[in-house]
Each structure stands twice: as C-alpha cells, then as structure tokens.
Design a protein around this ligand. Sequence first.
Ligand code: NAP
Length: 281
Amino acid sequence: MQTNKPILVLGGTGKTGKRIVERLRARGFTARAASRNGETTFDWHEERTWDAALAGVGAVYMVDLVDEAVEWNPEVSVRAFCEKAVAAGVERLTLLQARTDEEAGGKSLTGSEDIVRASGLRWTILRPTWFTQNFDEGVLLDGILAGHLRLPAGDGLEPFVDCDDIAEVAVASLTEDGHEGRIYELTGPEAITFGQAVAEIGRVTGREVRYEAVTHEQYVDDLVSVGTPPDYAELLADLIGQIRKGKNAHLSDGVQRALGREPISFAEYAKNAVANGAWQA
Ligand SMILES: NC(=O)c1ccc[n+]([C@@H]2O[C@H](COP(=O)([O-])OP(=O)(O)OC[C@H]3O[C@@H](n4cnc5c(N)ncnc54)[C@H](OP(=O)(O)O)[C@@H]3O)[C@@H](O)[C@H]2O)c1
C-alpha cells in the first residue's frame, strides 16, 4: 500500500470527487482536486494540463466525460491518459462508470472500462446507479425547487445511491489493499419510484413537490426549450427511459462488499441534505 504519494482526484469539484478529496484529506492523505476550475488544473481536452497534474502521483480517481454535453472518445482520451499515468509511476486507478450495459444517446456509458482494465494499472471500477445527490446538487435540482419534476421515468424503480457511499468506496479502493481488480456495482438499500423520492423530499422540507411522468419526446422538448443540445437531451431521456423500463430496479451489493456495511437509504439522504441546507432557495 502506498500512502505517501499524492492522490489525483479528477472531477475533483464534482459530486463524487469533492467528497473523495474531503475524506482523503481528513485521513491525512495528500489529495489533488483536479478539474478545469479545480485547485489543480486538469482539462480532458487540453492534454498539456495532464503532466503537471500527474507528477509524483501514486493513485488516481477517474471521472470521464461520457455524460457531459461534449465530444468524448475514451479510445483516445482515456487511453492517452492511462499511458501518461503509467509513465508517471501511478500504481492504482479507480474509475467511476455507471451500472448500465445499454447505450444512451447512441453511445456506451462504459467505454472507459476496457481501456482501464488493459492499462497495466491496478484498477478498481465503480458502477453506481442514479445518485441521490441529483436531487439537490444535480440535474433534478431545478425541478425540485420549482415544485414540479417532469421526467419520462413512469413508475419505474431506481435504487438511488448516495455519493457519500460512492466516495467511501472510492477512498477505500485508493488507499487500502483488497480492492484491486474488483468491480463494485453500487446501489442504495431499496428501489423506489421518482414519486416516492419526491414525496420524501416534500416530507422532510415541508415543500410541495409533485412528480409528473411524461413521455420521452415531451422530456426532450422540455430540455431543448431551455437550451439543452438535442443530442444531450436524447442521452438524458434514454437514461431515464432505462428506469421506466425497469432495467435498473435490482439491488447490488457493492457498498456492502467494499465497506462491510449497509448503504445509506433515500430517507437518510434527504434528512442529511436538509440538515446541510439543501433546497432552501
Ligand atoms: N449523476 C448520476 O446519477 C450518475 C450515475 C451513475 C454514473 N454517473 C457518472 O458520474 C460521472 C460524473 O461524476 P460526478 O457526478 O462526481 O461529477 P459532476 O458532479 O457531474 O461534475 C463533473 C466534474 O467534471 C469536471 N469536468 C467537466 N468537464 C471537464 C473537462 N473538460 N476536463 C476535466 N474535468 C472536467 C467538473 O469540473 P470543472 O467544471 O471545474 O471542469 C466536475 O468536477 C459521469 O461519468 C457519470 O456517467 C453519474
């Protein structure tokens, strides 16, 4: 186990990355919070930023750009990054992907996996389901604040996973032995509908929040009408459609396997989020 070299956290300002940085530092590790606007500058589209970010690093947490509204080719970017990481002496890498084997928006969401597995680095792969934090930090926040969440999710079940759990698993994989070569599928402890999720947020906040099931096409129109690029709107609608079709409903035991405890429930997430000031706007 190496503990003395810095750990590079890509997506270091994002929902999972910032939690990983906090935890690493609290445990005495040196963490580089890296992104375009992070403490350490790292831009997937500017290869000249990679060498300084990687200098002296022992382990990397990788967030790729597969669900961003940008051109993204892991065959080029992830491969080149892994080659640089190996050359820089990086030993281990934890990759964040998603628990899905279906394409969305015409592309695979797990295209970085094979590249990382073949890189020569000691790898761990995290495949989470939908994040609870989408409701207070991500794509669902505006709908919650408006009191009206319109999604093409029907009554599909989703075992939302808390980013605190993802961060704990990532930190374990970056700093402890025993996680190398493992794929952790990460879910919460129960699958619920968006109607139930929104009702729970309404309960803990005292806000009136309503979920309305809409069609794929209505959702794409909603997004495009507020300036979302059509390709990206299709990707999001496809992802949510997977929930409507029941593809995501099953539970996985990655949190239990990696941490030896149960994952955080949606009710616990909502209670913690309110305590931390969420949904006050
Ligand atoms: N949300 C979900 O429910 C969910 C579920 C399963 C899997 N995932 C996966 O989670 C990943 C996203 O992770 P996250 O939610 O922790 O991050 P996030 O909150 O979406 O934030 C994105 C991060 O990437 C950085 N970033 C954006 N463009 C960049 C670029 N060109 N170069 C370098 N960094 C860039 C951002 O910082 P700057 O703006 O400063 O660059 C930020 O730190 C995606 O791969 C997605 O597939 C998400």
